[in-house]
Structures are given as structure tokens and as C-alpha cells.
Design a protein around this ligand. Sequence first.
Ligand code: MSP
Length: 502
Amino acid sequence: MHTKKYYITTPLYYVNDKPHIGHAYTTLAADVLARHLRSRDIPVFMQTGTDEHGANIEKIAREKGMEPKAWCDGISADFRELWKTLNIKYDHFIRTTDAAHEAGVQAVFEKLIKSGDIYLGAYEGLYCSACEAFYDEGELKDKNCPIHARPVERVSEETYFFRLSKYEAPLLEHYAKHPDFLSPRYRAQELINFARSGLKDISVSRTKVAWGVPVRSNPRHTVYVWFDALLNYATGPGYNPDKISPDFPVLWPADVHLVGKEIFRFHGVIWPAMLMALGVELPRKIYAHGWWTINGDKMSKSRGNYIKAEDVVKDYGVDALRFFIFREVTFGQDGDFSMEAFHRRYNADLANDLGNLFSRVMNMAAKYLDNRLPEKPADSETFSELTSWTPGIHRSMEALQFSEALEKIWQGVSTLNRLVDTKKPWEMAKANPAALKPFLHEMIWCLRLIAGWIDPFMPDTASRMHLQLGAGKITPDGAEPQKVPPLFPRKQDEKPKDIRTN
Ligand code: MSP
């Protein structure tokens, strides 16, 4: 029996256009959490990928004069390229066009037809082709799609229905028994109210959409994209009702599905009902985060209002971006991205607070300690104090309270900066050389602690710090630490370039 791995997922991104910072946000959060857990020797499985079927994607591909699959190959590769640029390490990248996934979707559909949870009927409703979803009259905003503000169409077609109504009571019971299932709590009530208001069966197949997974027993129908895409969380780690892979029980249930708030309902209502119908255990938690705007406006590719992560990385480095998005906004809430705010934090938190502290201590160490890693200080007040913060920081990370963790870490950075300012080691060197060494030893050990804490957010910076601090895995204790360039060179205070693409 293998130990269960901690299984983290991101949504599968639509391949209708190239990725932007909004997409990067969820995947970075998954990476930060995964790196944190791995650093505590907790085995992790992190899955991300692309959502490739549906009328929308087919239309876009055709407009570009391409076959849908060839189009998907290109954009899916762009996503993987961006994850590489952002130093994101996933264990599995799933595409809804993967043969194993498609086979899993088909097998699920047949199983549910057999059990009666999927049945054939006819649908008439208001459809938004951009959402690939149906709306009730009451859900529209000024008669338009509430998300895209575009007209909806009245559509009538033969369709398979999923018996969502049957799962209303079991879902409500599950929410009540597992208060953390829908997180954060302040986003849960809306879903609970929605489920309480009476769940209707939903349409889960299309006869007019060719670019999709065909229903095996009735190939005039293709599986509705959301039904197809949600199943990735199970098919990725090996679920297929015809033949379950031995990996599946090692990975399932998912420990956390990270999603944006706009798709919380699909994940918090429909997905668990699908799993109940299949008799598969439910995920432990679904966590919905907020949305980023840019300079106060909605991020939108079509309106040219978005930030390319690659551009920020080119100018400021990948770690600065990874730091900013988790420091600036509480994970869960909405936030605004502006290059001004980014630039300000870069100079204040990274160049000044952390970068200067590190170079001040390392310069002193080079001068007075022969650059050798000292023994752990025996009785050191600051080091003991900071060490005692570790469990709290771990708790914040586990609860996905990334900004809270970073705030605490920066409290540590400030404590060390204050200590250098008040103890003035450069004066100590002359006035009290005996006290200088233990002081620097303590600072070095405190910085090692800080490097460990920031590692999930800023892995490159942490390993550069460790390298110079002569730490653990990279340089065996006592070995000659290596010189590294400044962690965060200060940027000119001129108005930063407003990086966006039109
Ligand atoms: N394909 C569906 C998800 C299927 S999951 C089984 C989808 N894809 S999407 O490409 O639209 O990406 C959705 C996710 O990208 C959001 O849930 C969110 O995680 C992320 N974001 C996209 N834009 C964003 C912002 N402006 N801000 C924050 N996150 C955003 O929905």
C-alpha cells in the first residue's frame, strides 16, 4: 500500500488564446503550495492542463484556418512554455484531447446512462456560446449573459441530461458535514443558497458540436465541454470505470481543487454530484480565489487589457512576480495589478528589505568570517524566536493564506534589519570584535531560516541565498560558500513601463 499523495489541481485552461497573468495566478498558487508541502517531505501530485473541446475552440481554430487539434497543440504548448518560464513544477499536464482522458469520459458517460443518472431528453434554453453554458431567464443581466454581457441564443436540441436534481439533498448534507469543503467560507454561502434553491437536471451533450468527445453508444452526440473537462481531475490520475489504474487510489481524493471564483459553481455543485453518481469519494476541498483586474479594469485578451507574465519576468525576474502576486493580495480576494504597485514593492520589499539585508550580512561575513558556514548558535535569542514562528507559517501555507505567511516572513526580515541597525556590526568590529562573530553567526542562521521560508515563493532566490550561506543540499555544511550577484538589484525610481499588450 502506497501512502496517499497530496493531490492539487488547477482548472484546465481554455485554449482560445495565449495565457496571461490571470491564468498564471492559479497555477502559481498550486506550485507554491506543492513546493511548500514537498519541502516538508509530504509527497505531492500537482496536475494542470488544457481544456480543448467545444464549439468555441473549433470556431477560433477555423477562423485561423487551422484544424482544431493543430490549434490546440500550439496553445497548449504555450501554456507549458509559460509554466516553464514561471518555474512551475507540475507532475502531470493533462489535455482533454488525450486518448486516455477521452476514453475515461466515454466510459463514465456509458456507466451513468446505465445507472439512469444520464438520460435522453430535449432541451430548450438560453445559451451563451462564450460560456458554453445555459442560463435561466432570471440569471441574465439586462437580457445578456451575466459574464460576457453578450446576447444569449434560444436553443432547442435533443440532449442527454445529467440527473443533478437527485443530488441536491446529498450535496447539502455534504456541505453541512464538511464546512471546509467549499472554501473560503465567505464564498460558500452563495453556492449553498444556489443548491438550496432547487437543482435542475443539466444538459450534458450536444448534437451540434462536432469538436468534442463522442458519446460511445450514440455518436450523434458529443459530451458537453464542462462534463468532459471536470472529469480530468479523476482521469488524470487514472480513473476509468472500465479499468481503474492502480495509481488512482494513491492519488484520489483530490486534496484541493484550486479554481477562480467564476467557476466555483461548476466545481462545488456539478462536479461533486458527478462523483456521487459514480460512487467515487469527493475531493477534500474546493478553494475559489478572486480575480485580478489591471489598473482597475477587467483583464481581457480581446480588449487588449492584460499583462504578459513573460514581460514582467524579463524586466524584474521570475521570483519578483511570484512574490508580488501572493504578497499584494489575500489569496481568495480580488486584487488589482499595476506596474506602479509592482515596482514599488520590488524596490521596497525585495531590493531594500531582503536584498540589502542579505548583502550587508554577507559582506560582513566575507570580511570577518572567512566565508565559512558557522556552527548553529547555541543560545541565540533572535534565532530561537524566529524558529518558533515556523509552525505558524506552515499553518498559513496549509490554509492557503499566502499573504499572511509572507507578512510574517517579512516581519522576520524587518527584525533582522533592525538588529543590524542597532548593533552596528561595522562598529563592533573595532570596539568589540569578540561579540562580532557570534552576532554574524546568528544572522547567518536566521537568513537560512528565511531562505527556507521563502523557497516555495521564490525558489531561485532561496537557492542563491542557500548557496552563499553554504547550506544543506547544495553545499555541504562547512564548505566554501560561493559569491552570488545581488539578489534584487534596485530599479530606478522612474515611472515603470506599463507592460501590457494591445
Ligand atoms: N476551461 C475552464 C475550466 C475548466 S476546469 C475543469 C475555464 N478556463 S479559463 O481559461 O477561462 O480559465 C479559468 C481560470 O483561469 C480561472 O478559474 C482562474 O483560475 C484563472 N483566471 C483567468 N483570468 C483570471 C483573472 N483575471 N484573475 C484571476 N484568475 C483568473 O474556465
